[in-house]
Design a protein around this ligand. Structure first.
Ligand code: PGA
Length: 246
């Protein structure tokens, strides 16, 4: 049985007072034992958030380098020293605003795996790609380096997040059946490379305007193992409903 996972990606939102209040509210939410709830706050809060009791904490990014002269960055070794177990990498906002590509994102994945931190590896096509029916090809190419340069055992520590860019923060959500088709496609890519057992063990999350009104239907799909939630994770009630919609 694959893990059910919900990740709240707070992006660059909430001042410290609001962030700690929301964390406190979320820590008091009840949810089933078989759901793993992960919060990815702005990195400035990671140290104190790492003491959370019920929730797992993730960073939203990590450096591709070892410790050294890289002003403004933080390393996988630092995340590990806070006992963090997850880090988002390759989010479409990093790809768009910071020009990140597969080469860099895979270096980040390697750094994380070296310290036993699970990368939450994001992929997803643009609206243009989908309109021109290139979406499967685009997602395949976003994952090809990962599939070709990493081992099956690495995939056992990896989470994939499929986030169609046109659905992020726009209120537009992929139809559950379209999302399911892409998740199945991704699982088949893993199967082709590493076999069914590993393919069946990798959690694949959906992200992009996932909210209380659609999470149940999305999470009921065979190959959707949970969600990467942006906007709706900033409200304790909405997030709680999403966590409880498996
Ligand atoms: P959204 O963001 O839920 O606000 O669409 C999802 C994400 O970017 O991770």
């Amino acid at each position: 049985m694959r893990k059910k996972i919900v990740v709240g990606n707070w992006k660059m939102n909430l001042n410290s007072e609001k962030a700690y209040k929301l964390l406190e509210n979320l820590e008091s939410i009840s949810f089933p034992n078989d759901v793993e709830v992960i919060i990815a706050p702005p990195s400035i809060y990671l140290d104190s958030f790492s003491k959370a009791k019920k929730l797992f904490i993730s960073s939203q990014d990590v450096s591709s380098n070892d410790n050294g002269a890289y002003t403004g960055e933080f390393s996988a070794e630092m995340l590990s020293s806070l006992n963090l177990k997850y880090s988002i990498i390759g989010h479409s906002e990093r790809r768009q605003y910071h020009g990140e590509g597969e080469d860099l994102i895979c270096k980040k994945a390697r750094q994380l795996l070296k310290y036993n931190i699970s990368p939450i590896y994001c992929c997803g096509e643009s609206l243009e790609n989908r309109k021109s029916k290139n979406h499967f090809q685009v997602v395949k190419s976003q994952l090809s380096r990962l599939l070709n340069e990493f081992r099956g055992s690495d995939f056992q520590n990896l989470i994939i997040a499929y986030e169609p860019v046109w659905a992020i923060g726009t209120g537009l959500t992929a139809q559950p059946s379209d999302a399911q088709n892409m998740h199945l496609f991704i699982r088949q890519l893993i199967d082709d490379k590493f076999g069914l057992e590993i393919a069946q063990s990798v959690p694949i999350l959906y992200g992009g305007s996932c909210k209380p009104s659609n999470s149940k239907e999305l999470f009921s799909m065979n190959d959707i193992d949970g969600g990467l939630i942006g906007g709706a994770s900033l409200d304790a009630d909405s997030f709680s409903t999403i966590i409880n919609s498996f």
